[in-house]
Ligand binder design. Structure first.
Ligand code: UDP
Length: 415
């Protein structure tokens, strides 16, 4: 009984603290950004009207500033947060034009910042407003809102207000497919069914640093049809170039979708790469989650290409793989596929980097809050500082600078 009372008191104190903190944060944001933006927007007349849902599906007419900057765009919402009609952090804002508010969301106040806003900013694949709102409601604890406010401040760096209609993204002359995860999977399914030779690569900021010193790797990527944009670095680059990434299509997020597809369609998967035992451990873990998955073979990634590649390829062909996942790291895997891919019968040949290390459990993946704020690289840096400091501490700023310079110089050929 006593512990119940202590728990209730603790919760009340936490709630009062969080509400006060968020109220003060709103006042500060309003003073610094909201108020000046409202004054200038009124003077310039750059305001649109929009109907959104409030708590209990109340329709609220709000003013939206015509600006690409998300905080300025929403400057007129701050007074509504201060008056209690909206929250600073809550379920996502919904336009009345987009349809009815789902009934289970009625009791919750929409917030300027939401879990959906954060995930959408980092282009986390398969993020849907309704799922995010339900997850937020289900998992909310007293300090969740402060955590989301902090995450939103980071996510703002990556946020793009506009939606993308471009199907391609060009960085350093490499054309990447700008697809949602769902469309990417459908495209791969069609190609496997039609048995089209399909080398597929993922490109992140580190890969794009490597292409500047490795012409062979650059040419492979430039001449390949299926290149997916991977990671927050590419997302940021897209923003800098005025392009808009639809979703972050990285191998680690794609694998569960690929496994579901393979399980449903009976595709055979071969795992090639990583240190001895890693592919086997990954295959066991995958089978725990996808018991009907047909993993037709696995092998480590350390062998002599000149003398042993032929027997490895025979093994893959005998196993009649439809999907070959190759985890040698970039650019080794791309070079392997480029050199030997035509000899391999599996239509889909995908370079997946360190994926096996994650899915075998050898390395743990960053928690979701880091992934949804584009900070997965920080986690990898902490895990393997000796190997990763060059890639991230030097590589990330260098990449941003190179994208800036490439854009400024008229996006000319880099070699
Ligand atoms: N690897 C391999 N054969 C090699 C070199 C590396 O199978 O000759 C494996 C290595 O064990 C690791 C992966 O390739 O599992 C590289 O992981 P990393 O995280 O460096 O790849 P990235 O995702 O950064 O391209």
């Amino acid at each position: 009984m006593n512990s119940l009372i202590v728990c209730i008191i603790k919760n009340c104190v936490a709630n009062v603290f969080v509400s006060t903190f968020l109220y003060l944060a709103t006042l500060a944001l309003d003073l610094v950004i909201g108020l000046p933006t409202r004054i200038s927007a009124k003077l310039r007349g750059t305001i649109q009207l929009l109907d959104i849902y409030g708590k209990n599906a109340e329709i609220i007419r709000v003013k939206i500033v015509d600006s690409d900057n998300w905080l300025r765009r929403n400057a007129f919402l701050f007074p509504l947060i201060i008056s209690g009609k909206l929250s600073l952090v809550g379920i996502s804002l919904r336009r009345v034009d987009d349809g009815d508010l789902p009934r289970d969301l009625y009791p919750y106040k929409p917030g300027l910042i939401s879990l959906y806003f954060i995930r959408m900013s980092s282009r986390l694949a398969e993020s849907y407003a309704l799922d995010c709102d339900r997850e937020y409601i289900r998992t909310r604890k007293p300090f969740t809102d402060i955590g989301l406010l902090m995450q939103a401040m980071i996510a703002l760096i990556l946020h793009q207000s506009k939606q993308s209609h471009e199907n391609q993204l060009d960085i350093f002359g490499i054309k990447m497919l700008n697809l949602t995860m769902k469309d990417a999977i459908s495209m791969l399914e069609r190609r496997i069914d039609d048995k089209i030779h399909s080398p597929a690569y993922f490109v992140n900021a580190d890969c794009l640093n490597k292409v500047l010193v490795d012409k062979e790797y650059l040419d492979i990527l430039k001449n390949n049809e299926i290149v997916f944009p991977d990671g927050s670095g590419v997302n940021l680059a897209a923003k800098m170039l005025g392009s808009y990434l639809k979703e972050n299509v990285n191998g680690t997020d794609m694998l569960p979708h690929l496994c579901e597809l393979a399980q449903a369609r009976g595709y055979r998967i071969f795992l090639l790469g990583a240190a001895e035992g890693v592919a086997k451990a990954m295959s066991e873990r995958l089978l725990d989650t996808y018991p009907q998955l047909n993993i037709c073979g696995f092998r480590n990634g350390y062998f002599d290409w000149d003398n042993e590649a032929e027997s490895v390829i025979n093994e893959i062909n005998l196993a009649q793989a439809d999907i070959l996942l190759i985890a040698f790291g970039a650019p080794l895997q791309e070079k392997f596929i480029h050199r030997f891919g035509e000899m391999i019968h599996a239509p889909l040949q995908m370079g997946v980097g360190g994926l096996f290390d994650f899915y075998s459990g050898r390395i743990t993946r960053a928690p979701i809050w880091m992934r949804q704020t584009g900070l997965e690289w920080v986690f990898r840096l902490i895990q393997e500082p000796g190997r990763m400091w060059r890639r991230y501490i030097l590589g990330n700023p260098l990449f941003v600078f190179r994208v800036y310079r490439w854009n400024k110089n008229g996006r000319k050929q880099i070699f």
